[in-house]
Design a binder for this molecule. Sequence first.
Ligand code: ADP
Ligand code: MG
Length: 434
Amino acid sequence: MTRTKILTWKCIILGCYKSTTDPESRLPQPVLKQTPLLQPRVSISDVSDDPSSTLFADDLSNPLIGLNLHVFSLVELGIVTRNFSRSRLLGEGGFGPVFKGFVSDKLRPGLKAQPVAVKLLDLDGLQGHKEWLAEIIFLGQLRHPNLVKLIGYCCEDEQRLLVYEYMAGGSLENQLFRSYSTPLSWSKRMKIAIGAAKGLAFLHEADHKPVIIRDFKTSNILLESDHTAKLSDFGLAKDGPEGEDTHVTTRRIGTQGYADPEYIMTGCLTTKSDVYSFGVVLLELLTGKRCIDNSRPKREQNLVEWAKPRLKDPRKLDQIIDQMMEGQYSTRGARKAAALAYSCLSHNPKQRPRMSDAVVILEGLQDFNEGLVVRPFVYVAPNDEDSNSSIKTIADSPSSKQNILQEKNADPSFSDYVLTVISGISTTAPPIPR
Ligand SMILES: Nc1ncnc2c1ncn2[C@@H]1O[C@H](COP(=O)(O)OP(=O)(O)O)[C@@H](O)[C@H]1O
Ligand SMILES: [Mg+2]
């Protein structure tokens, strides 16, 4: 019989303040609960209000609970990050600042020497223990190549910290929008979209209780140096509906510009709310523009409102694609990606595709610019010393706007697929990425 544990919020909160050496306060193993068909997982919905149960923060790393995380002290993480030095600051979100550090293999048995990212709760901020615990419960159990790996945590008095694998490419937000970053090519953008889509498909559709990340956005997509994307920041994540349930009703939170308008209006949360946010990120990848930017002209400030009508008009699409790509993308590929973004941004959640459908579409688009034939062309360079011109032939010059591009191997089945997804009657059931 498959069984999972019931934890109590209260007991974990209490546990963080109690001495772990007090044997009196350790109660028997938590009660186990049945979850047929799905892989057992301690979830936020398993958390009960039973005040009689006590579970210590240290017990979160108990193999019985399956989290398999290292527990660090504040002093240890201070050493790892050179006392949380500003020079090591990687970024900052609603939870608090994130610092780069390095752990040695001598710190804990089984821990390999590696760079890490240490996230420190801002005690004056709006987030706290609940978000910290959500990260531990979700990321401590869910492992996938497109989810950032949580290595461990620290819980001392009110201090809450999280230790992750370090992602050398930083966040997608920084790579896409910071002026000092090298512009991302079409295939890198598609690689990132595929990785993020696979991460979401795993959360929504794999054989565990569905998880809704609820705050999917560019600053929560982290990149390896080869542009493999991993989802991070599960502080606002929520267990999705199960069985007969179509949605979960919950307080409305998220980030302006990314949050699903339907969920914000009704409070009904489904996995399709993440699909909407994915559509916003895909649109940002295609246009190179932030979803909300008050420095733009008034009618362009909200990217979705401005760009959505243009996504389905092939003549207008070229006007909105990121100029930083210097035309180095295939028009057919861009149209298919735009059609996918359009369907993800549908007002009716039922018309939005499943993330595994999105993965299949995107996988067909990544190499679209490699499928282009870049023809050699003749460039007549003026010769200062001589009035005669010298003639050079340039081929495969990816940055030149003058290259003549032509698609090859156009696959008509892709457009059919996009159409099926838009109309919401997808008949294909692609394998769930794991
Ligand atoms: N594992 C990591 N490796 C590299 N940079 C990271 C890592 N985790 C977070 N960051 C940086 O810190 C920022 C904030 O992290 P995030 O987990 O989103 O925190 P918050 O929960 O406060 O929003 C990210 O946008 C990114 O720039
Ligand atoms: Mg964040």
